[in-house]
Design a protein around this ligand. Structure first.
Ligand SMILES: [Zn+2]
Length: 490
């Protein structure tokens, strides 16, 4: 009898092992079979010098002061007009708001929905005290060791000028796009996009334009970031998380600290905050994360491939592992971050008010309303008032990774980066493209920039740079994207 039970168990295990291995090694790759392209000839020295020349123009933006560095932005406009004469002769240029740039390149097919390439002109400042840590002056635009150095080389003058280089070449070739192409370059992306990208999106809406797709800065061609994946992964951001800050406040009777009540404003607020931190919103491998792992798994080797190909069985194990890392945890759930706490100003007085701010980054699927309900339920204290920050934003819709526009984008990435695989992903930061979700069928967030883990601190940080070889790839990418988009969709 026992022997028979053991035999059945063994057989069940064997079947399970076969299923697991089958899933891991028979799930087809989601990469496309793309025709190789002839490498576009690019004058490396000339394009690197043009990018370098834009770096000393200090287009640092300010949230409060729209006029800050207005002179610098206009200097950049003049520089671009001088360096990209064909583009400026062929495309219609409009300046929106103070200094946002909006170009229109009319397509040959008036019935086709237009497309938009986005970038931004503004840059973040240099953190005080870090100037000396730069290997090249951040506003010199120095070229050395095969890199263009300085603030904006990566974020985001690199994207902007690479797009312009591609268009300049296409105009010279006599190319006309099929779909009308818009070029959107905001002047305040780093401080909200409310003065640049947002009015441009509104302008399109007022003109009755609905876009086929938008491509803005976003996820990168990452190298060596995912364990078990040997190839670089080009991640296409198909959605952007929402932003939700909630202010909590609690008013109680102030009093003397010699006769404290059992519960004080500080104690109650602290308890509420501790509960929020200990009880985050649930994590799951679904939506964009599931889409991403589904595309990555067939390209992996070893144990990671087996685990990710069998989420039906190993899902809880994988999720527990991903929750441990801050960046992977952020892909799986709406995150909770306690950011401000304020109460009291004298050591022997019980404060009458305690205040706090909690910042949530909201996963598509959750909403500002569901976050607020979560706070209310978790803190379980009606005496605490909850107020939403006016600048809060819902998560964006998720762009389809099976749409024709995604396929065009994927094909282009595979052609421009033949060593990489293409994978949809969740963008956990914010970009100007969020202002375009109402006027576009699909919004994608991808920068054709190669980055290893150790490069990530350069973004908004010290020693920002772009390699000339990569910059040439970026130009080829945008050039090919416009060419591929001109083909009739299949
Ligand atoms: Zn940026």
């Amino acid at each position: 009898m026992i022997k028979r039970v053991l035999l059945v168990l063994l057989l069940a295990l064997l079947v399970l092992a076969v299923m697991v291995a089958g899933n891991a090694y028979r799930t087809p790759s989601r990469q496309l079979q793309v025709p190789a392209i002839q490498k576009l000839a690019v004058d490396e020295k000339a394009v690197a010098e043009r990018l370098a020349g834009a770096i000393p123009i200090r287009t640092v933006s300010s949230f409060d002061n729209a006029q800050q560095n207005g002179e610098e932005f206009r200097k950049l406009h003049a520089y671009l007009a001088q360096r990209f004469p064909r583009l400026h002769a062929t495309l219609k240029k409009e300046v929106v708001g103070d200094n946002a740039l909006f170009f229109t390149w009319t397509g040959s097919d008036p019935a086709a929905k237009p497309i938009a390439l986005m970038a931004h002109q503004d840059v973040v400042p240099i953190a005080p005290g870090t100037e000396k840590a730069w290997e090249a002056d951040p506003f010199s635009g120095q070229i050395k060791d095969g890199f263009v150095w300085g603030r904006g080389t990566w974020d985001n003058k690199g994207n902007l000028l690479a797009q312009m280089e591609a268009i300049e070449m296409l105009v010279a070739e006599g190319f006309q796009p099929r779909q009308t192409v818009y070029l959107v370059a905001g002047d305040d992306e780093e401080v909200s996009g409310l003065r640049g990208a947002k009015p441009i999106a509104e302008l399109l809406k007022s003109r009755g334009v609905k876009l086929d797709w938008v491509l803005d800065e976003g996820l990168l061609v990452t190298e060596g970031v995912l364990a078990g994946l040997d190839k670089p992964a080009a991640l296409i951001g198909t959605a952007e998380k929402g932003y939700g800050t909630f202010f909590l406040s609690l008013d109680t009777a102030p009093g003397h600290s010699s006769m404290p009540p059992p519960s004080t404003a500080i104690g109650s607020m602290s308890a509420a905050l501790a509960k929020l931190e200990a009880n985050p919103m649930p994590a799951s491998i679904s939506g964009v994360a599931a889409d991403m792992f589904g595309a990555v798994a067939p390209e992996m080797r070893g144990i990671n491939r087996i685990l990710l190909s069998n989420l039906w069985l190993f899902g809880p194990l994988v999720r527990a592992q991903l929750e441990k890392g801050a960046s992977t945890n952020a892909m799986l759930r709406t995150t909770t971050a306690l950011t401000i706490v304020r109460a009291g100003n004298k050591d022997n007085v019980l404060p009458g008010r305690a205040e706090a701010a909690v910042n949530f980054r909201i996963l598509p699927g959750d909403s500002l309303a569901s976050v607020e309900a979560h706070i209310r339920k978790t803190i379980d204290n009606d005496a605490i008032a909850i107020k939403a920050y006016p600048g809060n934003a819902e998560p964006t819709p998720v762009a389809s990774s099976s749409s024709p526009s995604y396929r065009t984008l994927q094909m282009t990435v595979q052609q421009a980066f033949p060593d990489a695989i293409v994978v949809p992903g969740l963008y956990i930061a914010a970009s100007d493209s969020r202002h375009f979700v109402d006027v576009a069928d699909n919004v994608f967030r991808f920068s054709p920039v190669r980055a290893r883990s150790e490069d990530l601190p350069r973004f908004h940080g010290t020693n920002e740079r772009i390699s000339i070889a990569n910059y040439v790839e970026m130009i080829r990418f945008y050039h090919q994207l416009l060419r591929n988009s001109a083909q009739p969709t299949s």
